[in-house]
Every structure is written in C-alpha cells, then in structure tokens.
Design a protein around this ligand. Structure first.
Ligand SMILES: [Fe+2]
Ligand SMILES: [Fe+2]
Length: 349
C-alpha cells in the first residue's frame, strides 16, 4: 500500500488548491491578489506579503488550541502561497542563474564573489546609515529590519533536519553561537532585543507599518526553511547571509556608535561584523563543499537560494533608501568608498 500511495502522491495534481475556502468572496479576493502578483501590482505585493507574514506567524507559533485540521490547512495554504512567490522571484533572478558555474571549485568562487557583486552589495544605504542617518531614521530602519518572523536560529533549526552528520555539526556549531554558547546574555536575539529596546521598539505584534519588502524577505526564508524540497535553497540563502552580513553590520554599527549608543547597546552589530566572517568560512568548508561533493546537482538550487536572498535584500535597501529620502545612481560601482548618496530630500512615504 505504501508504494502505491507514494506513487499517487507523486503524480497528484490539485485542480483547485483553494477549494477548502468556503467563503466565496474571500476566495475571489485571494485569487485576485495572486493574479496581481503576476501583473506586478504593487498593492497585490503588499496584500500578499502582509497576509503570508501573518499566516506564518500563526503557523510557527506554539498554539495548544490549534486543531490538527486547522494546522494541516494552514500549512497547505502557506505552502501554496509560498510556491507562487518563489515562482515569481525565480523569473527575476533567471538572468543571474545563467552565470552559475557547473564545476564545484568554480561554483565556490562564484558564490564567494557574490560578496562583491551580488544583488545589493555595497548599497549606499549602509554608507548613509554609517555617516548620516539620525536616531529617528535608525528607529525606522530597525523597525523594518526586525519585522521578520523567523530568526536565524530558527531557520538553522528548521533547515538542519535529516542533514548528513558533517553538515549537522556545522549547523549545530552555528546554532550554538546563536544561543550565546549557552549564556542567555549572549543569545543573539537577546542582544538584538536589547538594541531595539533602546529605541523603545519591541518585536512586531502587527505588520501595518512595515513595508512589504522586508516581509517578502522573511517569507522567502521561511518558505525554503520549512520545505525539505527546498533544503538546498535554504542552505544557499543562509550561506549568503553569513557571507554578506559583516560589511553591512560594520556600517550599521558605526552609525549606531556615531549617534551615541553604548557599545553594549550596539553589540549585536559589532558581533556580527566579526563572527559571520568565521561563520562563512565554516559554511563554505563544512556545508557547501561536502554537500556539493555528495550531490553535484545541488549547485543550482544552492545558487538559487543565495540569489533569492540577496535579491530580496536589495529590494529592502531600495525601499528604505526611498523612504529615508536619499537618492543614488543605481549604476554606481558597488563599493562603499566610491558611492555617495547624492542628495537628501523630504520623506516620501
Ligand atoms: Fe546571529
Ligand atoms: Fe552568523
């Protein structure tokens, strides 16, 4: 029976994936939002990601009252919405996917080069934060950045299930660092909480005043971390974070120091400007290299995950820059020392 059932599952198609939604108006509304994504309607993007972020919040929270039927329907709906979005994003990164080398050593070099020439690298937003942003502007930036539902620790925990021992060891090491090596004061999310509290911010309880772009980033990370079929994308996306975070964290840290925060308050950024350098080395040696050796076909999904993550990040930097009211030439070289914000203007949203 098991083999027949697995065969059936592998070939099953869902004629109407939203059939379980009884309310016709609600179903039409949802279908229109999905249609809007394909037509690149800004309002549909916003509606979609606010909705998915809220569903993810419910889906990931511990809830004794949730029935198994509700949970199954919720997981199904999230999975369906997530695949819609991944399909949308895949089309956007397709040109870059053509550049991915198929040979292992060349691929590692290509991955590492994303630090310089990947989407969003050297974005002038970070020079602005380092040299000019006010306390109020940092308040805005941190509010957007901490709107994500799943932290790095949870994403690692979700991704590591059923990985080979050598990969699991590295992910466990990384997770242990996230946990402050066993000291509550050192737990990374705890350190970030300390920082946002100094701005009188708390972890988001709603998403009304959050742009859809950081929610899209968070939704994408959850989409790949919660699916075994997207394991390699999650590995690529998490690796891209480790690779590229130090430069950004350094700039944010400089800005927080400049506006007068104490080193204890901005320690989260100081730490990640250094620690993620070694996390990337570990990821490269103990995760990417052995996974690629074990399964050469993993190159493309790993590359896809990295590009999806960097693309989503760049979209955030763009909307933050627009909101902060400074403009820049998108064609400028992606290097902090040569990129300068051109002028300040009034807030536009
Ligand atoms: Fe961390
Ligand atoms: Fe890290």
């Amino acid at each position: 029976m098991i083999n027949s059932l697995l065969d059936e599952l592998e070939t099953s198609t869902l004629a109407d994936p939203l059939a379980f939604i009884q309310d016709k108006m609600l179903k039409t509304q949802l279908e229109k939002t999905l249609e809007g994504l394909h037509l690149s309607h800004e309002s549909s993007y916003s509606q979609f990601h606010h909705l998915l972020a809220s569903l993810n919040r419910k889906r990931l929270s511990i809830d004794l009252k949730m029935t198994s039927e509700t949970e199954a329907a919720l997981n199904f709906l999230c999975g369906y919405l997530e695949e819609h979005w991944l399909q949308h994003e895949r089309a956007r990164i397709a040109p870059k996917m053509k550049e991915v080398p198929v040979e292992q050593a060349a691929f590692i070099d290509w991955f590492e080069s994303l630090q310089q020439n990947g989407y969003g690298q050297g974005h002038p937003l970070f020079l602005y934060l380092s040299e000019r942003a006010s306390r109020e502007e940092f308040h805005y930036f941190l509010k957007q950045e901490t709107s994500t539902e799943a932290g790095f620790d949870d994403l690692i925990a979700l991704t590591q299930v059923k990985t080979p021992p050598f990969v699991k060891m590295e992910l466990a090491h990384n997770f242990w660092d996230e946990m402050g090596e066993g000291e509550l004061e050192g737990v990374h999310s705890h350190q970030l909480t300390r920082l946002i509290e100094s701005f009188h911010l708390s972890w988001q309880t709603h998403y009304e005043d959050v742009h859809w772009e950081p929610l899209a980033l968070s939704n994408m990370m959850i989409a790949v971390a919660t699916k075994r079929s997207r394991f390699y994308q999650s590995i690529g996306a998490l690796g891209a974070i480790e690779l590229t975070a130090p430069g950004r964290c350094q700039k944010v840290m400089e800005g927080l120091k400049r506006i007068g925060l104490s080193s204890t308050e901005y320690h989260y950024y100081t730490l990640h400007s250094v620690l993620d350098v070694s996390h990337w080395e570990g990821w490269k040696e103990n995760v990417l290299t052995p996974l690629l050796a074990e399964n050469p076909e993993s190159i493309l999904p790993i590359a896809e995950g990295a590009l999806l993550r960097l693309f989503a990040g760049e979209r955030c930097y763009r909307v933050y820059s627009q909101h902060l009211g400074f403009y820049y030439r998108e064609t400028m070289l992606p290097c902090y020392s040569t990129v300068r914000p051109l002028r300040r203007a009034g807030r536009n949203s």
